[in-house]
Write a protein that binds this ligand. Structure first.
Ligand code: HEM
Ligand SMILES: [Cu+2]
Length: 476
């Protein structure tokens, strides 16, 4: 491992951990408000909600990037400037984002659904600062994705990187699942950021013309969810690509090979994920009906290839293996299982008949927190733990592994359970007070506060231990 890769990955991971702690604190404060423990008022609630959602989506995307870039350098030469550029844009973007929300009071929610930003723009410069933040992040991440795609294409042709020769039954040249999944995900990331560019341009035009020009709300909503749905799915796949590379070794098994069915399933995923976003527009009667059918069918198919193949691979890897359970392998294994549970919650919501009832209830944060907080986050923390074991001079104490893992699982499960129960009881999402609406929401919020605090404590211990073991390497 060369020094640049080591230090840059370490810097990325430390940054992710610190931003994660801040974002959890924001989420906890929101839950305390809903539990009537604090009284920060609706404006501050929505400021925190907007900051929390975007920080979380951003930081775990970035964690996926760090893992991909580190492993990719085992296969191909990855230009260093891509990483430096993306890091600078990320830090700058996050700072401007926090200024736009915390100081300039922008509060339109993480996907800022049009035309809400023009009404929830906060102070005079809130919306402008927010758009600038997204532009900086978008440019940084788009460049990074293109640099990674280009470095893969220097060694493999497009057909090879998509493993079409493996699907046709040929053995060589060997393309690992890591390359295939990274390539598929990076194409998706590029597509959805390009949609975000169009979206932002339309926002800038309307902003500059001061209302003299407006956009078609249905088009804006389609662009928003093509971007948002795709980004959060692809960021999970970035973490999975790394899992395919690291997990079999942890179990003392041979590396995964790209068999024909792994090839087919990720090629299918490439397409399906781009069309499933229609499920966010079931309530939009103006949307062409054919798209509603496509959304429904694609949502059913979405989890099949990637999730079923991954779960099958992970289970067969663990079965009769010499797995030495470390924090990294525990997080990978349970991350995949929780991802599956969150996925079932997602499909239930993406069935049109159910969506009439579940739409905009806490069922929505329930399912996406499950596969994020207990899935995607676990994947990236697994990589982080593996990385710390590789470079750290000191080992993690076995007792500490148990403490951290229990706090994350017990805290995380209890936290999402409160959302699921809220969803089943029709507690609406994105509401700061429940007193006159559904009082069960208050009790559930109290449960969630306790559990989220456990998770937060687990993450604080994790971060301290990671820093203690690795931070010295930054300056060595
Ligand atoms: C213990 C950690 C966390 C806590 C305490 C927390 C808390 C919350 C709360 C209270 C809400 C508002 C729910 C509502 O609509 O009533 C929320 C929304 C949200 N959270 Fe989390 N969360 C946590 C972790 C995460 C993670 C890991 C992610 C993603 C990787 C995430 C992404 C989001 C998003 C995207 C929203 C929606 C914001 C919006 O509606 O604009 N959260 N969270
Ligand atoms: Cu979706």
């Amino acid at each position: 491992m060369n020094t640049f890769d080591k230090k840059s990955t370490l810097l990325w991971l430390l940054t992710v951990l610190v931003v994660f702690l801040v974002a959890i604190a924001f989420g906890l404060t929101m839950r305390m408000e809903q539990a009537e423990i604090t009284e920060i008022g609706p404006l501050n609630f929505y400021i925190l909600m907007t900051s929390h959602g975007l920080l979380m989506a951003g930081v775990w995307f970035v964690a996926g990037m760090a893992g991909i870039q580190f492993i990719l350098s085992r296969y191909v030469e990855v230009p260093r400037w891509g990483s430096v550029f993306a890091y600078v844009c990320t830090v700058l973007g996050v700072v401007v984002l926090l200024i736009s929300t915390l100081l300039a009071k922008f509060h339109a929610g993480w996907y800022f659904l049009y035309p809400l930003p023009f009404y929830a723009k906060g102070t005079e410069h809130g919306l402008l600062l927010f758009m600038i933040a997204l532009t900086i992040l978008g440019v940084g991440w788009l460049m990074w994705s293109l640099v990674m795609l280009a470095s893969i294409l220097k060694k493999y042709s497009i057909a090879q990187a998509l493993a079409w020769h493996h699907i046709a039954g040929k053995d060589g040249p060997a393309v690992s699942p890591f390359i295939l999944i990274s390539f598929v995900s990076l194409i998706g990331v590029t597509a959805c950021i390009l949609a975000a560019v169009v979206l932002l341009v339309l926002y800038y035009l309307e902003f500059l013309q001061n209302g003299g020009m407006t956009s078609d709300p249905l088009l804006m909503k389609n662009l928003t969810f093509f971007f948002g749905h795709t980004l959060v799915n692809e960021m999970l796949y970035l973490g999975l690509a790394v899992l395919y590379e690291l997990f079999p070794r942890m179990a003392g098994k041979p590396d995964y090979k790209t068999s024909w069915y792994v090839g087919i399933s990720w090629n299918a995923t490439l397409l399906i994920v781009l069309f499933a976003y229609f499920h966010h527009l079931y309530m939009d009667f103006a949307q062409p009906v054919a798209f509603q059918y496509i959304g429904q069918i694609m949502s059913w198919f979405a989890p099949l290839p990637a999730a079923v193949v991954t779960i099958f691979s992970v289970l067969t890897t663990v079965y009769r293996s010499n797995m030495k359970w470390s924090l990294a392998s525990l997080l990978y294994f349970f991350g995949v299982m929780f991802w599956a549970i969150g996925g079932v919650g997602a499909i239930l919501d993406a069935v049109i008949a159910n969506n009439f009832v579940l739409h905009n209830t806490q069922w929505v944060p329930a399912h996406f927190h499950t596969y994020n907080l207990l899935g995607n986050v676990f994947f990236s923390l697994a990589f982080t733990s593996w990385f710390a074991d590789e470079i750290g001079e000191k080992k993690i104490a076995p007792g500490l592994v148990k403490v951290i893992f229990s706090l994350l699982v017990v805290g995380g499960v209890g936290f999402v359970l409160a959302f699921y129960l809220g969803g089943a009881l029709s507690v609406p999402r994105r509401v700061d007070m429940y007193n006159e609406i559904v009082s069960e929401g208050i009790t559930l919020a109290k449960l969630a506060v306790v559990c989220a605090s456990l998770y937060l404590v687990g993450m604080i211990i994790y971060t301290i231990d990671f820093t203690r073991r690795c931070a010295g390497q930054l300056f060595s």
